[in-house]
Design a protein around this ligand. Structure first.
Ligand code: PLP
Length: 448
């Protein structure tokens, strides 16, 4: 049973077939999907995995190695999702898997402090020096939720400014014009979040300094923090314009508010020190997730010592977690960060591959697409205008993307099943992978 008619190749609006591999088998994935639907809402445990925006049913993945993933029907793909960010070293990197195996053999969780927590927080602090103290949690959502509670507790103020189209996890107060999953589903907000819970969340426009100034003017002395994705990677990939981040630094300083960088995606991805190193802007608090756990569930927040000292047990801001800093996540995180630290030239290499893809794809799709990229993050928008904020991102053609997505799948390339998610490059993507991807996409734009 298919719930959405899939695009099955052949001719597109009367034009010749764009590829000759419309033979991808997905019977086993379909069978699994039908089974999954009986037990899980939409057959998935996170909405974007349901592939709804691309009008097909999801593929079930069996395994991954390096840049490749393999689905239940045995199809092999070059993977540009990378589990939405954590896998900067590729799938099943041996040293990381071995570290997890070793940790697992000694016990999965203790509810007591361990050496690995010290090592991981030490590594985080070395890479991101603004995080003078760190608290480990279990997801990016938890990191952001806790960091904002801390910002409110520290400043004694209630209001938070967030940017339209930025996603900071699914905690109640932040489900106001969040990105990707919500954009994908065109839900302006989520049912089940009382208005009172978002009452103190103020919305500004990304890259629009005036909208921020207006809020600071209107709510003088009430704003605890501004939270921002320093590169917005949940409405595709939107780069901060020159001085946008330093403007946020200054206006928060001038008003006694905190600046929170949500680096759940950009942390250890744009540079070892994240976006704050890349753009040389230092926030008061930083939230991390994804790469910091090397593929295991984790989150972290941290910042200036005097702020972090407000957290329990030192201070009155309560935050806790049974599995926080657990041996498996910390083992994977430590090994990943150690490998990143010792990989000479990795970030330059990733940026060169990203730029190669950007320029080749942009040239091939001239007039039809806009490709935004930075470092190892990339997004192909099916619109020709500049994408600099939420409204311009929304001009992208979701239907065009769905057709393109199916073409990529049929040609062995796995991109995100949503126009508004980034493509993620990893150190495991070879020059051949990138060349194949560029050529495949050039072929697409050359033939439609
Ligand atoms: N912040 C950002 C910038 C994210 O991209 C995400 C997830 O994609 C989150 C927070 C939430 O992280 P998690 O899904 O681990 O809860």
């Amino acid at each position: 049973m298919r719930f959405f008619a899939p695009y099955i190749g052949g001719s597109v609006a009367g034009k010749p077939a764009i590829c000759d591999r419309y033979s991808m088998k997905d019977q086993e994935s379909q069978k699994l999907y039908e089974e999954a639907l009986q037990y899980m809402p939409g057959g998935v445990n996170s909405p974007v995995r349901a592939f709804r925006q691309v009008n097909r049913n999801p593929l079930f993945i069996e395994k991954g190695k390096g840049s490749r993933i393999y689905d239940a029907d045995g199809n092999e793909f070059i993977d540009y999702v990378g589990s939405y960010g954590p896998l900067i070293l590729g799938h099943a990197r041996e040293e990381v898997v071995e570290a997890v195996r070793e940790a697992a053999a000694c016990g999965l969780t203790f509810g007591a402090p361990t050496r690995r927590e010290i090592r991981l927080t030490e590594l985080i602090q070395e890479c991101v020096p603004s995080m003078e103290m760190v608290r480990l949690v279990n997801s990016g959502t938890e990191a952001v939720m806790s960091a904002l509670r801390l910002a409110r507790g520290y400043t004694g103020r209630k209001k938070i400014i967030k940017f339209t189209g930025c996603y900071h996890g699914h905690s109640d107060g932040l489900l106001a014009k969040a990105g990707s999953g919500l954009l994908t589903q065109a839900l302006p907000d989520s049912l089940g979040v009382p208005k009172a819970f978002t009452k103190h969340t103020l919305l500004a426009d990304y890259n629009d300094t005036e909208s921020v100034k207006e809020l600071f003017h209107k709510y003088k002395g009430e704003i605890a923090a501004v939270i921002v994705e320093p590169v917005a990677a949940n409405m595709g990939v939107v780069l901060p314009e020159e001085n946008f981040l330093s403007f946020l630094r200054k206006i928060t300083d001038d008003n006694g508010s905190l600046l929170v960088f949500d680096e759940v995606i950009t942390g250890f991805r744009l540079a070892l020190g994240g976006a704050q190193e890349y753009f040389q802007v230092k926030p008061d608090l930083t939230t991390l997730g994804k790469i910091v756990g090397g593929g295991m569930p984790i989150g972290a927040y941290g910042g200036r010592r005097e702020i972090m000292e407000k957290i329990a047990p030192l201070g009155p801001v309560y935050q806790a977690g049974t599995l926080s800093g657990n041996p498996l996540s910390t083992a994977a995180g430590i090994k990943t960060l150690e490998l990143l630290k010792s990989s000479q030239g990795l970030y330059e290499e990733l940026a060169a591959k990203g730029e190669l893809l950007r320029s080749r794809i942009q040239t091939a799709g001239k007039g039809r697409i806009k490709v935004n990229s930075i470092g190892s993050l990339l997004c192909i928008y099916f619109t020709e205008g500049e994408i600099r904020d939420y409204n311009s991102a929304l001009t992208a053609g979701v239907k065009d993307y769905a057709i393109f997505f199916e073409y990529l799948l049929e040609n062995g390339i796995y991109a995100a099943p949503s126009q508004f998610e980034a493509m993620f490059l990893s150190g495991a993507h070879t020059a051949e992978d990138v060349e194949y991807t560029a050529q495949t996409i050039e072929k697409y734009f050359g033939s439609i």
